[in-house]
Design a protein around this ligand. Structure first.
Ligand code: IPE
Ligand code: IPE
Ligand code: MG
Length: 244
């Protein structure tokens, strides 16, 4: 049997998968329910996606949970999303730890309430030594925010004479952008039918293979995840070179 590490080497299995989990609201509306119901059901799809990533020995899974623009939604929906995030963290973190998952939350955490910030810090600390799946949850995250923050860090270093402007290169940028793992995203999946990035990881997606599906996030399951992996396995990744 071919090992997953061999599949990665042959570019048949992505090391790093990013998911824009979109379509919860429409899924709920379709059945005459409130959008919030869709978000609640969406957490089940996330559990399945994590399980599948582990089964497949994917190294890194980065999921988009809340964008910097999502604050513009009705107050009630924002507060439900925040509470859901906290509840899922509280109920799942021990299990994740047992499963050797390392959890990282990427995004501007300063906008979250103190209780949430504390729970995030505790969860990251608990799982920081784990060596299994790295699960990045992008919360209050925006690709533009990420690049802007990285720019500020480098500018401060330059002003403090800790770095020369001419020495700044892509590797150094990699070091100051939000850390989602050692490798860029190989495969980016978006559910919900929209074919856009919506300010998800911009820097880290530079050479990702993109996979869009009309399936709404609460209906996303292991079969559909496998379909995305199959599509990835059939792609030719040139990275600017020719295939020879
Ligand atoms: C994605 O589903 C979840 C978040 C953005 C938090 P949506 O809530 O965007 O659902 P649709 O796209 O309106 O159906
Ligand atoms: C992207 O979905 C953000 C998340 C899934 C967290 P949106 O529903 O916010 O994206 P747009 O507004 O349709 O571009
Ligand atoms: Mg949406």
């Amino acid at each position: 049997m071919t090992k997953n590490t061999d599949l990665v080497k042959q570019n048949l299995l992505p090391k790093h998968v990013g998911i824009i989990m979109d379509g919860n609201g429409r899924w709920a509306k379709k059945q005459g329910k409130d959008r919030i119901f869709g978000h609640q059901c969406g957490t089940k799809s996330l559990r399945k996606a994590i399980e599948f990533a582990r089964e497949k020995s994917i190294n890194i899974l980065t999921v988009f949970a809340f964008s910097t623009e999502n604050w513009q939604r009705p107050k009630k929906e924002v507060s439900v999303l925040m509470n859901l995030f906290l509840i899922v963290l509280k109920t799942e973190i021990k299990k994740m730890h047992k499963q050797n998952i390392k959890l990282k939350v990427v995004g501007d955490l300063s906008n979250f309430n103190v209780g949430m910030q504390k729970k995030i810090a505790e969860s990251e600390k608990l799982t920081q030594g784990n060596t299994g799946l790295l699960l990045n949850v992008a919360a209050n995250y925006g690709g533009r925010w990420d690049i802007t923050e990285a720019t500020k860090i480098l500018l401060r270093k330059a002003l403090n004479n800790e770095i020369n402007v001419q020495d700044i290169n892509e590797n150094i940028m990699d070091g100051v952008i939000q850390q989602t793992g050692l490798v860029d995203v190989d495969l980016m999946i978006r559910t919900g039918g929209e074919t856009r990035l919506s300010n998800f990881l911009l820097w880290q997606l530079a050479y990702a293979e993109l996979y869009f599906t009309d399936v709404l996030w609460p209906d996303f399951d292991k079969v559909l995840f496998q379909k995305a992996l199959d599509s990835f396995a059939g792609r030719t990744r040139n990275f600017g070179k020719t295939s020879e």
